[in-house]
Design a protein around this ligand. Structure first.
Ligand code: SF4
Ligand code: SF4
Length: 332
């Protein structure tokens, strides 16, 4: 069963980058050191910010990110702090290397999900994008997490370099015991914004045919599949998550964004100042969210306008949905 997951102000999500450092150098890495620095947040700051963010949200889902968050030596204490602060769920996004014996220092009661990233069904394809040995590390990490009773999900960032291997993923996911499969569209951010041909986004036709088909196959094997909508149907209403949802993308230099497409720019609408979450000076992303344009998402037009297409009369051939609008295909 497929459904579009509508935005809700009642479901907050906090995406907390506790450091930007990583052991890998993925060709499409979205981390932008110029904008977000190279800082690792001290545990005390992580704790303080977690409580401050909890005060601004209700029953938020928390996702620890990096860089590679397991490189943070105090991640287990950060997880404990998240529980104390009352977050509804805690997820750790990882490239699979699972540093500092993280699986032995947290329990499935404290961490709801370990979310792994893999960009190919075979080592050759994945490692060409994410680095030599990363496929093996990810496989081993997933197997160990599952053996220790953790729920696992997997993120596959689709580009022209790995679209062809997506149909091989359902069998691999079932073999690994993955619970949720997230297909992600490559964002033209960070290194991918340097327009490496290898990391180019797939065509509209491929997105509308291959992705739903793979998601259906995944769901048929009992695994939930989620992917961004990207293209709105002609009559479908447009909504900007910056206006109608409650998401926080937090970086270690104190910037807090409401829209991930803004992360390559100093457009954050909130920031941490003396450990308090306060509005950032205008003009910022919040000034862009209300702009209604015929192309749909304003930021998409500004940062990746080449993804758009226009008819002879100058009107857009299609509208781009908010990058946070997802299709979810549930197992029958
Ligand atoms: S694992 Fe994530 S943070 Fe690390 S290089 Fe790859 S995309 Fe960037
Ligand atoms: S991606 Fe576009 S529609 Fe979504 S929050 Fe950002 S500006 Fe709004």
């Amino acid at each position: 069963m497929k459904k579009t997951v509508s935005f809700s102000k009642h479901a907050s999500n906090v995406f907390f980058h506790i450091l930007t450092r990583c052991n890998l150098k993925c060709r499409h890495c979205y981390i932008n050191f110029k904008q977000h620095g190279k800082k690792t947040l001290p545990l005390e700051t992580v704790r303080t910010w977690l409580f401050e963010l909890a005060r601004h949200t209700r029953n938020a889902n928390l996702i620890f990110l990096g860089g590679e968050p397991t490189l943070h030596p105090h991640l287990p204490d950060a997880v404990k702090a998240a529980k104390e602060a009352g977050y509804a769920s805690v997820t750790i996004d990882t490239n699979g290397y699972l540093f500092h014996d993280i699986l032995q220092k947290v329990t499935p009661d404290a961490v709801d999900t370990f979310s792994f990233s893999l960009d190919g069904a075979r080592a050759a394809t994945n490692d060409a994008l994410r680095g030599k040995g990363s496929f093996r590390a990810c496989m081993e990490g997933i197997r160990e997490a599952t053996a220790r009773g953790f729920q696992t999900s997997l993120i596959y960032t689709v580009s022209r370099a790995n679209l062809h291997e997506l149909p091989r993923m359902p069998a691999l996911l079932a073999d690994l015991g993955i619970r949720r499969f997230f297909i992600q569209v490559i964002g033209l951010r960070g290194k991918a914004a340097e327009k490496e041909a290898l990391c180019a986004p797939v065509s509209k036709e491929a997105w509308l045919t291959v992705i739903p088909e793979v998601a259906r196959t995944v769901a048929a094997s009992g695994i939930c599949a989620v992917y961004p909508k990207v293209y709105l149907e002609p009559e479908e209403p447009f909504a900007c998550a910056g206006l109608v949802a409650d998401n926080y993308f937090v970086f270690p230099n104190g910037r807090v964004y409401r829209c991930p497409l803004c992360e390559d720019f100093p457009l954050h609408s909130l920031r941490f100042k003396k450990d308090k979450l306060v509005p950032a000076p205008r003009i910022n992303e919040a000034d862009l969210f209300p702009l209604a344009i015929p192309e749909g998402c304003v930021m998409n037009k500004l940062v990746q306008g080449e993804t758009l297409d226009y008819g002879e009369d100058g009107s857009p051939s299609f509208r781009i949905a908010c990058c946070l609008l997802k299709e979810e295909v549930l197992p029958e």
